[in-house]
Design a protein around this ligand. Structure first.
Ligand SMILES: [Zn+2]
Length: 276
């Protein structure tokens, strides 16, 4: 039976309480990557831990792992190293405080960067170093996410390395996602990352009703729930049971049903969701 870690970005929203209740009821553990301060753009609609801590405090009490998705959801490539650190640390303080309030020890420090921008923009892993796994890496990061890849500048490469060093020093880890043995993960930069990447994107955001016009304009391939379910069913790697998977989904004010239905679909097809 295939096993997967469910990771959910952009909490808290007005649906977080309902989402975590539903996950709990269906025996689905998850990591919630949370934004520190309320933030809204075309992609994200987050109420912020600072403004709406309650559903995140409750998520901790319900047994979910709460993790860092920065303070204002800005791209690391568009900030100085110092600003990136500031974004991380502000949210870190908020998360620490909630664990303290909940009286639950925090076992792991995890972070996922907004847009998976790790300092080098859409060049999420160094595709020049992907070797035989280039096609898989590009399909994973180009098709599954809304990022435009351009080769990074030397400054961006340096910043990305500096950010990884910082995360290592501060004890951030992605090693908690055990058993991910896909060669394109285990034998590449992906396995070295101190921030949390993923091995499958639900692309749930493609059904954000705010995006109706954009999906035509940007040529997104999946326009219906059936199409996203088909993406799940036909993924070349997701149903392999010789590796664990890390699945990306989103908490969003306008996509709750979509995300829930996609997770339910995976579970009904036999995906076992596991705890870190
Ligand atoms: Zn995000």
């Amino acid at each position: 039976m295939p096993k997967a870690y469910l990771t959910i970005d952009d909490s808290p929203t007005k649906h977080t309480e309902e989402l975590t209740d539903w996950l709990l009821k269906n025996d689905i553990p998850a990591v919630l990557f949370c934004i520190g301060s309320a933030y809204k753009d075309l992609h994200v609609e987050c109420e912020g831990i600072e403004q709406n801590p309650e559903p995140i405090l409750n998520a901790i009490k319900k047994g979910f792992v709460v993790a860092n998705h920065t303070y204002t959801h800005r791209r690391s490539s568009e900030m100085s190293f110092e600003e990136v650190v500031d974004e991380i640390e502000k949210t870190e303080a908020l998360i620490e405080e909630l664990y303290k309030q909940a009286g639950i020890p925090r076992l792991h420090k995890l972070i996922r960067f907004p847009h998976l921008d790790r300092g080098a923009g859409g060049w999420i892993v160094d595709f020049n170093q992907s070797g035989p796994h280039e096609a898989v890496h590009k399909s994973l990061f180009f098709d599954g996410l809304n990022v435009k890849p351009t080769p990074p500048t030397p400054e961006q490469i340096e910043k990305k390395a500096k950010i990884q060093d910082y995360l290592k020093r501060e004890g951030y880890t992605a090693e908690v996602f055990e058993g991910v043995t896909h060669p394109w993960y285990a034998e590449t930069e992906m396995a070295e990352a101190r921030d949390s990447l993923m091995t499958f994107s639900t692309s749930d955001w493609m059904l954000n009703p705010d995006f109706t016009n954009y999906s035509e304009e940007w040529g997104w391939s999946h326009k219906t729930l059936a199409a996203l379910k088909n993406k799940i069913d036909t993924d070349a790697h997701l149903w392999r049971d010789d590796s664990a998977h890390v699945i990306l989904a989103h908490d969003h004010n306008r996509m709750f049903e979509t995300t829930r239905d996609l997770i339910a679909h995976m579970q009904s097809k036999g995906m076992e969701f596991i705890k870190i």
